[in-house]
Design a protein around this ligand. Structure first.
Ligand SMILES: NC(=O)c1ccc[n+]([C@@H]2O[C@H](COP(=O)([O-])OP(=O)(O)OC[C@H]3O[C@@H](n4cnc5c(N)ncnc54)[C@H](O)[C@@H]3O)[C@@H](O)[C@H]2O)c1
Length: 260
């Protein structure tokens, strides 16, 4: 049937994709899998050392991955990363806004959150997405389109307590996704979000005991721990041509905990 090439529709091969926070945790797994799928991947992470190591290891394995250390909350840093990407590969097909302050945040009462910590969470988790979208937009528009995937959290469906700033920022990601999708639709740029459930990323598991509480299976339909690879399929789908007519949507990937 004309119009849909099933052999390439789900592929990310050849696409240039920026993964913010791509040097550790779940972002590292997105980056590795995308590169294994033939994408050219930019790791835009503030953690320069682990990101550089991931890029080196991938390059040694014959994959196309570079690390451009980036603070997503800084307009200058984000613009520099996008300029480096264009200088390297000349285009930007996809952006995964995955960088976030999460595993470093203590869990606790909303009354104990320092105001400076609230502001920093908003600066990274929300302003960072605004800045990255704004920086890639002219390039995606000029090349006739692109795909943006924003990482929210399934916490927003449950209203989970004890990280009020984090949950608030992740709810903001869905609002941003919907409104931005409408603003860039005429540029053929798709903007969608994913809400991952509690995921045993390496950073999550390694974080201090006050930050990490092991999952006990409560309320989940598939009663096992969620791992980063459980999210890869949804991310790749939203970056691929197969999801080309989807925009402004939020996919929940949490093993059937919230029935969104
Ligand atoms: N692990 C979970 O249970 C879970 C659940 C729902 C949503 N999420 C979301 O998935 C994403 C990845 O989760 P994770 O477990 O790997 O989180 P994480 O906190 O371990 O990793 C976040 C990444 O963002 C990077 N980062 C932090 N500040 C940055 C900045 N200013 N500029 C650039 N990079 C920065 C970190 O270096 C790290 O690589 C995050 O958006 C998180 O909120 C995670």
């Amino acid at each position: 049937m004309a119009g849909f090439d099933v052999k390439t529709a789900f592929s990310v091969a050849g696409k240039v994709i920026i993964v913010t926070g791509g040097g550790t945790g779940i972002g590292k797994v997105y980056s590795q899998r995308l590169a294994e799928g033939g994408a050219r991947v930019v790791l835009a992470d503030i953690a320069a050392e682990p990101a550089g190591k991931v890029a080196e290891d991938c390059t040694r394995a014959g994959l196309e991955v570079v690390s451009f250390p980036t603070d997503v909350s800084s307009p200058e840093s984000v613009e520099a990363m996008v300029a480096q990407t264009i200088a390297k590969w000349g285009r930007i097909d996809g952006l995964i806004n995955n960088a976030s302050l999460m595993s470093v945040l203590p869990r606790g009462s909303w009354l104990k959150i320092p105001v400076e910590e609230w502001d920093r969470v908003m600066a990274v988790n929300l302003k960072g997405i605004f800045l990255c979208c704004r920086a890639v937009h002219p390039h995606m528009k000029a090349q006739g389109g692109g795909r943006i995937v924003n990482i929210s959290s399934s916490r927003i469906w449950g209203g989970n307590p004890n990280r009020l700033h984090y949950t608030t920022s992740k709810a903001g990601v869905v609002g941003l996704t919907r409104a931005l999708a409408r603003e860039v639709g005429d540029d053929n740029i798709g903007v969608n979000a994913i809400t991952p459930g509690f995921t045993e990323s390496e950073t999550q598991v390694a974080s201090s005991s006050s930050n990490y509480v092991a999952f006990k299976g409560d309320g989940r339909t598939f009663k096992r721990a969620q791992v980063p690879d459980d999210l890869v399929g949804a991310v790749m789908f939203l970056l691929s041509d197969a999801s080309g007519f989807m925009t402004g949507q939020t996919l929940n990937v949490d093993g059937g905990q919230a029935m969104h």
